[in-house]
Design a protein around this ligand. Structure first.
Ligand code: S3P
Length: 165
């Protein structure tokens, strides 16, 4: 674990980053934050509204600004949006944990509302292309890779705790 004791959860849309980061915070006494939630709260808008009103570049710029805020924190368990990995310098925030699963596993977990709330999931063929491109980025930047398929939340966070020490 690095000096700040922050964990940054990365992985594809819908893999459960927020659920895991929150459960980890509760069990291991950390503060929980979620980059999508911080941006939603700032504008009082849902993510798909931010995309449709202001565009993806605007959203990415908000994510970028968050890096400078998050890197000053200590003892936080942070869920990030699936595209947060695009940004340079995210390693400055803390230890990066990649929650890995297949595209099909993710799709099977999500209901219609969860799919509709994510603009980049609206076209599944494009989302699969994005998934294949992103995998390499997640693997490259991760300090730890945790395979989440068919595991309970408790199994996942216990494994993370063992690996990050
Ligand atoms: C995105 C993932 C979403 C959200 C936005 C863009 C992406 O977060 O940040 O819709 O580029 O993968 P989740 O991973 O929480 O769905």
């Amino acid at each position: 674990m690095n000096k700040k004791d922050n964990l940054l959860f990365v992985g594809f849309m819908g893999c459960g980053k927020s659920t895991i980061a929150k459960a980890y915070a509760k069990k291991y006494d950390k503060f929980f934050l979620d980059t999508d939630e911080l941006i939603k709260q700032k504008f009082d808008l849902e993510i798909h509204k931010i995309f449709s009103l202001y565009g993806e570049d605007f959203f990415r710029n908000e994510e970028k600004k968050l890096i400078y805020f998050l890197k000053n924190l200590k003892n936080a368990s942070i869920a990030s949006g699936g595209g947060f990995i695009k940004h340079k310098k995210i390693k400055k925030i803390g230890t990066i944990v990649y929650l890995k699963s297949s595209f099909d596993y993710i799709l099977n977990r999500l209901d219609e509302t969860q799919i509709l709330s994510r603009p980049l999931l609206s076209n599944l063929a494009n989302a699969k292309i994005l998934f294949d491109q992103r995998i390499q980025k997640y693997e490259k930047k991760a300090d730890f890779i945790i395979d989440i398929e068919d595991k309970s939340i408790d199994q996942i966070i216990t494994q993370i705790k063992k690996e990050v020490k």
